[in-house]
Design a protein around this ligand. Structure first.
Ligand code: GLU
Length: 487
């Protein structure tokens, strides 16, 4: 394969969308698989949609994911500038070239005229498309419009009755009839190029070998191919990855709240970035074997465009939860703890400046929940019982506490616990054993009332460790309360 150079070309309109992140990831994996370069180019020509600080946010999210670029706005690789608006001179030159070759022309139609034309076409039952009114203006006609002060746009002369064939590396051959495409704008009245023009010039000059992007851009591709042809450029290979549908199998809209759409949200919830990368990789790509958990290096090794599907990818929340949990489970407890601490602090559960002892306590606490976590923010809800003054016994818990033998178990437990000098899980285990001996209660009869008494819950983490972390005084208070309530 020739030198692989691929790019992610976001418009700085907001946070990094999961669709954009998937696109960046596929490009990155493809580049690294082929020892090529991954480039970021900021497409900021649609100035009305640019959002302040969006570029930084996009780049930060990419860094968080570990999708690193070889060239970009902050990393010159000799093909810059890497922001479209800094490339205006280049675009002007190529627009002029097309004008000189009569492959593009000035159009003076006002938006009102265009709207009228559109309505008339619709009324006739035609597909609306620019009529080509100003395609062949004489110098005098142009001068007359200029004299009226109308500022022209530049339109590309779409060649009629041709078929544009695209050999898409994912979708196979796709063809478009040029008769269905009106002469489109390549430069606006202020000279700023439109997306289709700028992207073609940039991809060519930056020696992009493969354009890997979402299917929503497939309909732009024939326009870009025509620009390539008109400018005498060779086309890159195109590859259009399938759409990502929301869990209801509907096209995702920006307002769709059924899932979190932006990478930053996953970061804010304390997901592990490797988990999100793993999940995104499986949105449209599938590995050869059954394995579904991949490090970035594994992904780089295995990724190929051949294994990217044509069929839409559905955002499967249960898969995300599963992947999230796989990574949480196998991460170092210290790492999960560091990720969890800010959430506990924000909830007012622990102090802003943790002492070494407090830190060790939080680490143990995270340790007993890590197995069941998907992301760090969950820690607040999961550990509520450790921070409550009292526990209440409701529903099933109340039934457990109400059983006949419970006062005796509680009374014995309180005594055993009170005697403990070293309040640690192993000692606590022994104390529970002693309760068993004293009361004759065993199995569920023994553990369930103890669990409910100290945690208020019928399910939960490993009991002796939980008791240790709740602390002797609090446990005693809870056991005594349960004893009263059950007697
Ligand atoms: N700026 C375009 C976008 O954000 C880039 C599309 C492309 O990759 O060509 O959708």
């Amino acid at each position: 394969m020739t030198d692989v150079r691929v790019r992610f070309a976001p418009s700085p309109t907001g946070h990094l969308h999961i669709g954009g992140a998937r696109q960046a990831l596929f490009n990155y994996l493809f580049a690294k698989h082929h020892n090529g370069k991954f480039i970021i180019r900021i497409e900021d020509t649609d100035q009305a949609r640019n959002v302040e600080a969006a570029t930084d946010k996009l780049l930060n999210s990419m860094k968080w994911l570990g999708v690193v670029w070889d060239e970009g706005p902050d990393e010159d690789g000799g093909f810059g500038p890497y922001r479209s608006m800094e490339r205006m001179d280049t675009y002007e030159k190529y627009v002029q070239q097309l004008l000189d070759q009569d492959l593009a022309y000035y159009c003076y139609m006002t938006s009102e005229e265009l709207e009228k034309e559109r309505e008339e076409q619709l009324a006739r039952g035609e597909m609306p498309k620019y009529s080509g009114r100003d395609r062949n203006l004489t110098a005098d006609e142009r001068a007359a419009y200029e004299a009226k002060g109308i500022e022209p746009v530049v339109r590309f002369k779409v060649p009629g009755s041709e078929t544009i064939h695209i050999d898409d590396a994912i979708r196979g051959e796709v063809s478009f009839d040029t008769d269905g495409i009106g002469d489109f704008i390549i430069a606006r009245t202020d000279g700023v190029p439109t997306y289709n023009f700028a992207v073609s010039v940039d991809d060519y000059l930056m020696k992009i070998s493969h354009v890997i992007r979402g299917e929503e851009h497939l309909s732009n591709t024939p326009r870009q191919v025509m620009i390539y042809q008109a400018l005498g450029f060779t086309s890159p290979t195109f590859a259009h990855a399938p759409l990502i549908l929301n869990p209801d199998r509907q096209k995702m809209s920006k307002r769709d709240e059924s899932i979190m759409q932006f990478v930053e949200q996953y970061q804010d919830y304390g997901y592990l970035p490797e988990a999100l990368v793993n999940f995104l990789a499986l949105l449209g790509w599938s590995p050869v074997g059954e394995e579904e958990i991949f490090t970035m290096d594994n992904l780089i090794e295995q990724f190929s465009l051949e294994r990217v599907s044509k069929a839409p990818a559905v955002f499967d929340e249960s898969k995300l939860a599963w992947v999230g949990n796989q990574y949480m489970k196998s991460a170092d407890v210290e790492r999960v703890t560091e990720l969890s601490i800010p959430f506990l602090q924000k909830a007012g559960r622990i102090s802003e400046n943790l002492s070494a002892d407090e830190h060790a306590w939080v680490t143990s606490l995270v340790g007993i929940y890590q197995e069941q976590m998907h992301y760090a923010a969950e820690i607040v809800e999961l550990t509520e019982l450790f921070f409550k003054e009292h526990v209440d016994y409701e529903g099933e818990a109340a039934e457990v506490i109400g059983a006949e033998h419970v006062p005796q178990v509680m009374e014995s437990l309180a005594r055993q616990i009170d005697q403990l000098d070293v309040f640690e899980a192993d000692e606590i285990k022994k104390a529970i054993k002693a309760v068993q001996k004293e009361t004759g209660a065993k199995g569920k009869q023994l553990f369930m009332p103890i669990r409910v008494a100290v945690t208020g819950q019928t399910h939960g983490p490993e009991l002796p460790k939980a008791i240790e972390l709740i602390g002797k005084d609090a446990v005693l208070a809870r056991v005594n309360k349960a004893a009263q309530q059950s007697s």
